[in-house]
Write a new protein. Sequence first.
Length: 232
Amino acid sequence: MGFTRHIVPATLLQGDELTAAMVGIGMNFGAAPRPDANIEDTLLASSIEGLERDDLRVLAILVSWIGVHGSTINADRLTALVDAQPSARVRAFWSAIAKWRSKDRRFVRLAKVYRGPRVDLLPVGTGFQIERAGEDPRFAGSALRVPANALRDRVGDVLTPRELVRKHRAYRCRVMLGPSYRADMWAELEADPNLTAAELARRTYGSFATAWQAKQDFLLLAGQATPSPETA
């Protein structure tokens, strides 16, 4: 049977699983972490929790995380994930994030996932709160209207890069190799060098070709013989 690539996870993280994943990627909640949780899966699920279920605490920590760790996001995959979302609020949020991070040209396509009127963060009172306190500067002029006092931004809410690089294998590989599918594949191979190229691609949402090459390079550096495509 041929390999079929999937970008979107079969199920979205929710509840305790989402909390564990958020802790796993460096968000400080009072829960045990899910080791090496997929970064983009967790970011998307967190934004849905924040925007669709009005969980401002989750949304605040998510935005703080992006402010600290945004350069390690696989922007291509995140854009594909967000573009597939039916929620206009979620798409508006990520379009606003892309505007905030506009100096990072990888987010240009993400800014285009929402093209509509500005969306209010709060179900009621957004305009009143903005009149009193102004807009959150991270979202000013973007697709999402956020009062300045709605989303707290505290340094202690997320791990520092120095801390997270010691705790999350894929994050560390992204720091070394760049935020890519290949980096995530390298992290998976460090955990299990016996993964086939097909399984490696499935676990990381990448292409078979990228997984095949990553495994070849990994085995080369490990001093092992390169397998044939049929046995990979």
